[in-house]
Every structure is written in structure tokens, then in C-alpha cells.
Design a protein around this ligand. Sequence first.
Ligand code: ZN
Length: 167
Amino acid sequence: MMKALVLDATYYPVQLIDWRKAMILFFTDRAEVVDYHDDIEIRSTSESFKLPKVLRLFTKINTLTHVKFNRLNVFHRDKFQCQYCYKKFRESELTLDHVMPKSRGGLTNWTNIVASCHTCNNKKGPRTPEECNYKLLNKPIEPKWTPMMAFKLSNLEKIIFKDWFFR
Ligand SMILES: [Zn+2]
């Protein structure tokens, strides 16, 4: 998959993103293209564009990197996968689990809360993952990119790019 590098408004590198998301940032006036891939074009039936290689965001990076800690954003960060049994669930089937139990001083924040299905959460109870032989799928961290934004972008892709292809 072709990637594009995103810079913040001060030209500081932020992250690599999928080329589709790069095009969306450009088309929605959220970024300008700093450099293109010379040899790759994407085409619709009427137009063609060179593929962006480096983009610079107009938005200040603080507003992009600060991700609000809430239930839905945790689920998006964890890709709606229970972090203990690794299966995918719907929002209604997931709960928030304190990795270090609250009763033992565990905090309610990005680094101690993970998505868990009801079954795993009940089995785990007030224990640590190690104490019940659970291995976390991913170490919980504060995400740098708003999960809701990524989610919205992935929805947009389908609309804008359904008629598009690489030449
Ligand atoms: Zn589970």
C-alpha cells in the first residue's frame, strides 16, 4: 500500500498514512501537498492526479493529537477487539476493563483501560491479566490520531474512491 508522509503546520513529521487518506486530506482542504510521487497517478474517468508523497497540515497539531479519553475512542483505538480473547465485537458487546484493577489503585486512563468483551471481563474480575493468564493484544497507549477521525476518513474513502483506480 502506498503511503504519504504527513507534516504538521511547522513541517514536523507526524505520521505515515494511506494514500487514500492523503487524497482526502487534500480534497477537504485540510492539507497542502509538499511533494508528489512523480511516477504514480490516480485517475477517475475525467481527471487524473499525481499521488501525494508529503503533505503539510493546515491544522495545528495539538488539535489533532489530543485525543479525548472516552468509551468510544477506546473501542476505536482497540479496533473493537477484546484485548484478552482478540475477537471482534460490536460496541454494545464491549466493556471497558481496568488492566490493573481499580480496587488495587488502577487508574481510569488511556494506559490502564482496554476494550474487553463481557465474558473476559467477568472471568478476569479484580485480577491483573498475568494472574489469570491473559496476554493483552496491545499495550494500551494514548493514541496520537483521533480514532473518530480515522473512522470518518475510512467512511469517506468508500464514497470518494469507489470509481478510482491506479494507472
Ligand atoms: Zn474477550
